[in-house]
Design a protein around this ligand. Structure first.
Ligand SMILES: *Cc1c(COP(=O)(O)O)cnc(C)c1O
Length: 444
């Protein structure tokens, strides 16, 4: 069955059409001087909206998923091991990402926990990562009694700054988790060189990077272990779910055990290692298998739209577009640009309000504070109010003293734009026009 086109409901069509009619004034009048003055007047102040037609929503699942779920219901087991849906999902996953070993699991957090368990992270071991990410990036590190060490980020890539990563390496450092934020590939050549030089395990958090490419290669294939999430907000989804993969003979064979209570389903032989149960069931795997058929369409569309936005807002004074390496494919889980406060007469909040009035789907910032400034880190209160490794003297980490200045600046003046595969190039042109118009209005 062919992948259905994103459909727009009748109500959405009518809403979008009437919004467009309202936005254009629906007068049918030809262009006049008054009208062009109107075009530069902010919508917030009664001018015409830069975005003429609101983007329609997308149907992200349908017949492909129904077909897989129906096949699943004919089975006599819904368990993952040798399950037909799990087997098919991993086959399709490996066709896109050529890994020797891959294991489905219940979430991106689970995938990352499996990865650090397989990497042998233990009490007091330090793992360097980004403080602008989902907390799931470090939950597994903490559960293995490891110590997350947060490094600073590139000003407009929002990814690990390799020089700062290297500065934070100590004799206790065991691994780096590179988070491809927004689906923008990290500087993997630099991070791999650092990992090799210091004998560290390099883990890739690809949860926001489904379909991304690093120097033309599928994301996840430079490091030792890579992790994905299938949570509802990600490019493809099973509601929840995850996958962890490796081609490294030291880690790959451990992935199954690390997500399945420590037991080896191939060799048997009791429990030689300790792990929790992160198994994904067949109903989720059925949806995952179907969603993989949609991945390339979703990824290529988002890459195109995000790059178009960059092209169209390039050179606007005070605006820094999302920086992507020209040989990489960023899949824009969202688009993040920076606003230089010194270039404008308004605060970020007002700038965002003006953009929203123009019809742009955007918001200020991303997560409220860097992870290490969240109360659970500030209080070192991970386990019933305690952090055993600190109390036992295995680490001297004090998150109240941890500093990442560029990260603070990114969160203070970043502006986030929604990008999704239901959007049109016309919408992006409107959004870019809105940025230009609002920036000009508030320029110092
Ligand atoms: C979503 C996400 C996770 C966690 O995935 P879950 O499936 O929600 O557990 C981890 N890292 C990043 C970068 C994410 O975006």
């Amino acid at each position: 069955m062919k992948d259905p086109q994103p459909t727009v409901s009748r109500r959405e069509f009518i809403t979008a059409t009437s919004a467009a009619l309202l936005a254009s004034g629906a007068t049918g009048a030809t262009s006049t001087a008054a009208e062009s003055a109107d075009a530069s007047k902010l919508a917030m102040l009664g001018g015409r909206k830069a975005v003429k037609k609101a983007p329609s929503s997308v149907r992200r699942w349908g017949d492909l998923e129904r077909e897989r779920l129906n096949a699943m219901l004919e089975q006599d087991t819904l368990f993952y091991w040798k399950g037909p849906q799990t087997t098919l999902a991993l086959e399709r996953f490996r066709k896109i990402h050529p890994f020797k070993y891959a294991q489905t699991c219940t979430s991106g957090t689970a995938a990352l926990h499996i990865a650090v368990t397989a990497a042998g992270i233990g009490p007091g071991d330090e793992v360097i990562t980004s403080p602008i990410t989902d907390i799931g990036t470090v939950i597994g590190v903490l559960y293995q009694q490891g110590v997350p060490v947060f490094a600073d980020l590139g000003a407009t890539t929002y990814n690990l700054d390799p020089a700062d990563v290297e500065r934070r390496i100590t004799p206790k450092t065991k691994a780096i988790i590179a988070v491809h934020l927004c689906g923008n590939p990290c500087d993997m050549n630099a991070l791999k060189a650092i990992a090799d030089k210091h004998k560290l395990v390099l883990i890739e958090d690809c949860c926001q990077a489904w379909g991304a490419k690093y120097r033309g290669q599928p994301i996840g294939t430079v490091g030792h272990i890579a992790c994905w999430s299938l949570q509802n907000s990600k490019h493809i989804t099973a509601g929840d779910g995850g996958v962890v993969a490796s081609s490294d003979e030291r880690f790959g064979p451990l992935l199954q055990r690390c997500g399945d209570k420590g037991g080896d389903r191939v060799k048997g032989g009791g429990f030689h290692m300790f792990a929790t149960n992160y198994r994904m069931n067949e109903p989720s795997a059925a949806v995952f298998a179907a969603q993989l058929e949609r991945l390339e369409g979703v990824a290529s569309k988002r890459a195109k739209l995000g790059n178009l936005l960059t092209e169209k807002i390039a050179g606007i004074p005070g605006i820094l577009p999302h920086q992507v390496h020209p040989e990489d494919r960023c899949v824009y889980w969202f688009y993040f640009m920076r606003f230089k406060p010194e270039s404008f007469r308004c605060k970020r909040a007002e700038f965002v309000k003006a953009l929203a009035a123009e019809g742009v789907s955007c918001s200020a910032g991303y997560i409220g504070v860097p992870l290490h400034r969240e109360p659970v880190f500030q209080n070192h209160a991970f386990f019933a109010g305690h952090w055993p490794v600190r109390e036992m003297g295995l680490t001297t980490m004090d998150f109240t003293k941890h500093q990442t200045p560029e990260v603070e600046a990114i969160l203070q003046n970043g502006i986030r734009f929604t990008i999704h595969e239901g959007m049109t190039e016309e919408y992006i042109l409107g959004a870019a026009e809105a940025v230009r118009k609002v920036a000009k209005h508030f320029a110092v």
